[in-house]
Write a protein that binds this ligand. Structure first.
Ligand SMILES: C[S@@+](CC[C@H](N)C(=O)[O-])C[C@H]1O[C@@H](n2cnc3c(N)ncnc32)[C@H](O)[C@@H]1O
Length: 228
């Protein structure tokens, strides 16, 4: 039986009863052609910071989970032109777009993106040196965060690294706006999980090596790197 450990505080604070995967997939499929605008405006600084601290080196086996429109994936492929670069996203349109852009940018690199649900990934144990995942955990229910982080642990090799970005919670005005957005469209926005994310990672036997806040305008993020 798989080991599933949900940190106690989140069990009680389950204001997001179930992962709304069907709706999430449809919404992100629709916004795929223009989602890169939002990523450039709000996520690019944290992406750059994560790239600097995640320990990527050419020749690695790298997986990005929830690529969205592919901006972080393109950075990863550029840093790992002779390695293996796999990407996945629940939304087929996001995965297809990322695949197209990466093939165009790096035609000689090993790149492959597919539509896959992060909660159950079709990879053998200990496949990857580095797993990267940006702004996904907000969209998952507590037990699915635990399941997904367990999956990260399973597919990483011993001492492999997990590099994560979550939305920050250190700006009160932003938090209020986020709560409103999350109540209006929970499948798209989810809810903030910054305060629980370290508990989830440590519950899955990762050791946190690095975490730091990054701000882009009013938009706060937290960058984390952990080792299996
Ligand atoms: C907020 S966007 C972030 C996109 C990108 N990582 C970035 O940094 O800009 C969340 C992405 O997670 C994907 N997603 C949501 N649930 C997922 C799941 N269960 N498995 C894989 N991807 C998922 C969505 O389709 C969407 O592309």
């Amino acid at each position: 039986m798989p080991r599933l450990t949900v940190p106690a505080p989140l069990l009680n604070a389950a204001d997001f009863p179930a992962t709304l995967a069907g709706r999430t997939r449809r919404l992100y499929d629709r916004v795929a052609p223009f989602y890169s605008i939002s990523t450039r405006l709000f996520h690019s600084r944290a992406h750059q910071k994560l790239l600097e601290v995640c320990g990527i080196a050419d020749g690695m086996r790298v997986l990005e989970v929830a690529t969205g429109s592919g901006e972080m994936f393109l950075r990863l492929v550029k840093s790992n032109p002779n390695g293996m670069n796999l990407g996945l996203d629940l939304s087929p349109n996001m995965a297809a777009r990322t695949q197209r852009l990466a093939r165009r940018q790096s035609p000689h690199s090993y790149v492959c993106c597919q539509a896959v649900d992060a909660r159950q990934m079709p990879f053998r144990d200990s496949t990857f040196d580095l797993v990267v995942c940006c702004y996904l955990l907000e969209l998952l229910a507590a037990e699915d965060i635990a399941r997904t982080v367990e999956e990260f642990h399973r597919i990483l090799r011993l001492h492999g690294r997990l590099a994560l970005i979550v939305i920050g919670e250190n700006t009160e005005i932003f938090n209020r706006l986020y709560r409103v957005a999350g109540a209006l469209a929970p499948a798209f926005w989810g809810r903030q999980v910054e305060h629980q994310v370290v508990d989830f990672i440590e519950a899955a036997d990762f050791t946190v090596l690095h975490h730091q806040p990054v701000k882009q305008g009013l938009y706060p993020s937290r960058v984390l790197v952990a080792r299996k």
